[in-house]
Design a protein around this ligand. Structure first.
Ligand SMILES: Cc1cc2nc3c(=O)[nH]c(=O)nc-3n(C[C@H](O)[C@H](O)[C@H](O)COP(=O)(O)OP(=O)(O)OC[C@H]3O[C@@H](n4cnc5c(N)ncnc54)[C@H](O)[C@@H]3O)c2cc1C
Length: 251
């Protein structure tokens, strides 16, 4: 099991000696320690049942406001860092630091992934060898970023993804020494990253499959004027890719 330093948000792994025999029983168990888990914990605590709750979190930090990762987290000056954006600051609640979880009796197992769920016996198994039984199970495992295939260079050094705190830290570090940036994806997250990259003077290009940015959102029309179509050297799609040059920081 891992514990977290409230001041840094970093975890200390103590699993090696302890978890092979760990077994835990909780009335409510949440798999996944993301945004939903944090707000769910807030509601459970508000109902006076914090001690019934256990969160099994794959990441090494407590539940946080994930949207910050593509926004203030990437600011060159005074970037947002944990514990500054733990849930539920975005929803006007108390900041859910380790002290908050401890004070409310909520158990959070960091750096721990559920690898099997025996629904008939209401038992979870984790990658640390722990067995957790529950009465009620909440699956809040979110999603993961689509990866550019390795055959197309997706695993090369200098390629970053922005899904979790560790990803965003790695991107931020890389921004300090980068000379030029290309963003693949023209939705919210791609454009927010591009805006930050622009403020770092990295003159980002945004490459996307659709004919304009923000496809699928209500902001399509507003953003469309910023796009112009170009052909890019990129294997797959039959449709032209769109490249936005010199995305303005205001975007
Ligand atoms: C960079 C970025 C910016 C965003 N900006 C916005 C925004 O501005 N506005 C907005 O509304 N939404 C935004 N979103 C989307 C929003 O963050 C998600 O909708 C939200 O985080 C979903 O919450 P969740 O709890 O379902 O999943 P997540 O927050 O993704 O959490 C899932 C967690 O489950 C963990 N997990 C997965 N499998 C296991 C397992 N087997 N065992 C243990 N743990 C596991 C993962 O490690 C992860 O920590 C953004 C997302 C990203 C990535």
């Amino acid at each position: 099991m891992a514990t977290t330093s409230a001041s840094t948000g970093e975890s200390t792994d103590t699993t090696a000696e302890t978890t092979s025999t760990t077994s835990l029983a909780k009335k409510i168990v949440v798999v996944g320690g993301g945004n939903s888990a944090g707000y769910f914990a807030r509601a459970v605590v508000a109902a006076g049942r914090g001690a019934d709750l256990c969160i099994v979190a794959g990441e090494n930090v407590l539940p946080y406001e994930r949207p910050a990762l593509s926004k203030a987290f990437l600011h060159k000056e005074s970037p947002a860092r944990l514990p500054g954006f733990h849930t539920s600051v975005g929803g006007g609640g108390e900041r859910q630091t380790q002290e908050w979880y401890d004070a409310n009796g909520v158990e959070v197992m960091l750096s721990t992934r559920v690898t099997a769920a025996d629904l008939a016996n209401k038992t979870l198994t984790t990658d640390t060898g722990a067995h957790i039984t529950y009465d009620k199970l909440v699956v809040a495992t979110g999603c993961s970023a689509l990866k550019l295939p390795a055959a197309m260079g997706g695993a090369l050094p200098g390629v970053h993804y922005v899904r979790d705190n560790a990803d965003a830290l790695a991107l931020y570090d890389a921004m300090g020494s980068a000379k030029k940036a290309v963003v693949i994806g023209g939705g919210y997250i791609g454009l927010e990253c591009a805006a930050s990259l622009a403020t770092w003077g990295l003159n980002p290009n945004v490459v996307l499959m659709e004919p304009h940015t923000m496809v699928g959102s209500g902001r399509e029309t507003r953003m469309r004027h910023r796009a112009y179509t170009a052909w890019a050297r990129y294997e797959a799609p039959a449709a032209p890719l769109t490249q936005l040059n010199h995305l303005p920081p205001a975007c």
